[in-house]
Each structure stands twice: as C-alpha cells, then as structure tokens.
Design a protein around this ligand. Structure first.
Ligand SMILES: NC(=O)c1ccc[n+]([C@@H]2O[C@H](COP(=O)([O-])OP(=O)(O)OC[C@H]3O[C@@H](n4cnc5c(N)ncnc54)[C@H](O)[C@@H]3O)[C@@H](O)[C@H]2O)c1
Length: 387
C-alpha cells in the first residue's frame, strides 16, 4: 500500500512512518515543521533533541533499511498538496497535520483564529485533493475523543444515534461538546468530512476519535536518532508525558483542580498498532467509519498516583501538586465510551500505563539536565478565562 502521511514530523507521524515502512508499505510524508516552531514560541522544546527531517529519513534507512520520502510544505497550500497527491497517487492519506494543542488554541484570540484556519482549511483541502485527484483514496483522519466532551450518556462509536427530541423521533449526529477552540476545530472537521462523504457518495473515511497518547517508544524506535518528539511543557505536553518529566526534575505533578478529569488513554505503541490495523482494513468505498481509539480509562488523579509510584520505585522523590484549574472543564464526571471497531480488527493493548511510565522515566532520565532548563514552562499559565 502507498500511504501519504500529513504531519509526518510529529509525535505520531514519525513512528507511524517507521511502522508502515517496516511493514513494507511505501511511505511519503508532508510537514511544515510548525510544531517545532510553536514549541519554541512558548519557550519549550522536545525532550529528545530532534534531527532535521532529512537526517531522520537517512537514519531510518541506516537502521531499519526503509525508504521514506519527505516533503516540506503546508497542507493548506492547495497547489502544493494537489501536486503531491497527484504525483504519488496514494492508496491512503493519514491526516495528522493540525495544530494539536488545546492550550495553544486558547493563548489569545490570534492563536484561536490561527488554529481554526490551519485545522479547518487543511481538512477541507485534503477532502478537495482526494475528490479531485482520486476519490478511492482512503482518508484516515485523526480526531479526538475530546470531540465528545464528557457527557452523562454512554459515548457510542458511531456518527448517528436515534434520539427523541421534543417528543419527536429522529436520527441525529452524536452530540459533541468541545472544551477548547482546538477541540471545536476537530468537531468541525468531522462535520466537513461527513458532509462531503454524504454529498459525494465517494469519500471513504475512517474518523478516529483518539484519547491522549503517552510513551517514548515503539518497536521501531531502537536508536536515539529514531526517536519521536516528546513534549512536556504546559502548552504542548499531554498529561502522562508531562508528569513523567515532572517526576524527574522534582516538579510537583501538575494536577489541575480536583483531578477527576477522566479520559481513555493509550500508549504510542498501541496507537501505532491501531492505526496500522485501520489502514490495512479500510472501510468499503464511500463508507464513513468512526473508530474510538483508547486502551485504558484513568482519571488525572489516578495517573498522578501511578507516576508517583513508578518514580519512587526508581529512587525519585515525587510529590503530587494541586493547581487551580486553568481550563474550563468538568473536574468530576461520568465517562463511559464504547470501543468495538478496533477489537473487531484484532486490536489488543500490548502496554499498560503502570509498566510503561517506568520505561518512559528510564528513557528520559539521561536527559535530566536538558529537561531542567525548561522547568519554568511546565506550571500552568494558559488560562481559558482571561479575567
Ligand atoms: N498526541 C496525542 O495524544 C493525540 C491525541 C488525540 C489526537 N491527536 C491528534 O493526532 C494528530 C497528531 O498529533 P501529534 O501528537 O503527532 O501532534 P504533533 O504536533 O506532534 O504533529 C502534528 C504535525 O503536523 C504538522 N502540521 C501542523 N499543521 C500543518 C500544516 N498546516 N501543514 C503541514 N504540516 C502541519 C506539525 O508540524 C507536526 O509535525 C493531531 O491531529 C492531533 O490533534 C493527538
């Protein structure tokens, strides 16, 4: 299979490129390197120093014997995107190329507007390129479990549900509620893709609702030079990754508010397993498939306890902090999402959080000095409510 990965330089994009190439697929990738730039904008950087994309491609060839084609460019630049899609005619396009930080989208109105334009225009251009070049291309679009918010109903794994609204029966789109401008762009992505799937009757889609990913390794990351980026600051670092770095540098774990925020998490390795299964088992031509993607459900408080235990077993002194919540979100709530598509394709989580955080801390420990330099960008500063 020939796969075009949009956002190949990112946390998920690079390990997916390695995984697919090692499985014998042809891999082409596009990235505008914006996450590198935006992480520096907030004074942060990846925990692991990142080689330039051209270097990464060479390292993949050297250590794994695989060929990956990289193009620097922007997905919102339609002539560029169309040229690459027309030139390579991929069987599938993986769309990761979005501004993916909720706090970044909430810094101020300029960052909100940028996030909307980058993510929504990007998605529309990807749809356009597929419909104009070859409507048989399978679009694997990365959404987020955060599209659903934290409702008091069981979250189904489908786009429509039967509902009674004002006493009348109807089939409605599963209600969604974003908790940041970033999350709202993901909801709009889903609306756009579903709309073009319905009017074209051709667009073939897997819309993945993924939970937060954690981890430093996959089966292919066998050398330092093959590592993927790893963010840990308050803007770009997701909770488990951030807590592991905090445990190392002696920063009390930044639990926001009551810490009852509950989500479905999965390891980087299991994310790769899931994405590969979805690509290798595409839906029928013209089908719109939603896949919820997570392995284990935890609250932030439970994660803090797991990281504290793992850190202490490795000889670290780990404190759990308590910070006023900078976000506007439920801190205690019901959470019960369905997951059946991935298990039906043979997905089983290979990693469990308690064991994996120990491996992560061990992988990050040699970088302690580098991590110390970014101590000041870890405590929460980006507030949802400005007053
Ligand atoms: N990491 C997670 O825990 C997680 C969880 C759920 C969903 N997601 C989604 O998965 C996708 C990948 O996430 P990630 O963690 O790898 O993020 P990332 O920021 O590390 O990777 C995204 C990549 O896309 C690139 N990019 C952004 N806008 C672009 C554009 N207009 N043109 C070209 N390249 C562009 C960035 O430079 C970056 O390399 C994102 O869409 C994100 O919203 C991630």
């Amino acid at each position: 299979m020939k796969v075009l990965i949009l956002g190949i330089d990112g946390y998920l994009g690079w390990p997916l490129a390695l995984r697919l190439a090692r499985r014998g697929h042809e891999v082409i990738g596009i990235d505008n390197l914006s996450t590198r730039k935006f992480s520096q904008e907030v004074g942060a950087d990846s925990a692991f120093p990142l080689p330039e994309p051209e270097e990464r491609v060479k390292e993949a060839k050297k250590h794994l014997g695989v060929d990956i084609t990289f193009y620097k460019g922007d997905v919102t630049d339609y002539p560029f995107l169309k040229e690459i899609v027309s030139k390579h005619k991929p069987d599938a396009i993986v769309h990761f190329a979005e501004q993916r930080s909720a706090p970044y989208s909430m810094i101020d109105m300029d960052h909100s507007v940028f996030t909307v334009i980058n993510n929504e225009v990007g998605t529309l251009r990807v749809i356009q390129a597929i419909l104009e070049v070859d409507p048989t291309i399978h679009l694997l679009k990365m959404g987020t479990m955060g599209e659903y918010g934290t409702p008091s109903f069981n979250i189904p794994e489908s786009i429509y549900v039967d509902a009674i609204v004002n006493g009348m029966k109807d089939r409605i789109i599963v209600p969604r509620k974003g908790s940041s401008i970033y999350h709202i762009t993901k909801i709009h992505d889903t609306d756009f893709i579903l709309y073009f799937n319905e009017i074209s009757k051709e667009l073939t889609v897997t819309d993945i609702m993924q939970g937060p990913v954690y981890g430093t390794r996959t089966e292919e990351i066998i050398e330092e030079t093959l590592r993927t980026r790893f963010d840990f600051d308050e803007v770009w670092g997701t909770v488990v990754n951030r807590f592991c770095v905090e445990a190392i540098i002696g920063q009390p774990l930044t639990v926001y508010g009551k810490g009852g925020q509950t989500r479905g998490f999965l390891s980087l390795e299991d994310s790769m397993q899931a994405l590969t299964l979805l690509l290798e088992h595409p839906p029928k031509q013209g089908e719109y498939r939603v896949a919820n993607q997570f392995a284990e459900i935890y609250s932030v408080r439970q994660i803090a306890q797991i990281v504290k235990k793992a850190g202490e077993e490795l000889g670290l002194d780990v404190q759990i902090g308590n910070y006023p919540n900078p976000r506007v979100e439920a801190e205690e709530h019901y959470y019960n999402p369905e997951i059946k598509i991935l298990p039906s394709l043979g997905f089983y989580p290979k990693k469990r959080l308690p064991e994996e955080v120990k491996i992560m801390i061990k992988d990050l420990l040699p970088y302690k000095e580098r991590l110390e330099r970014y101590r000041h960008v870890i405590p929460p500063k980006t507030k949802w409510r400005k007053k």
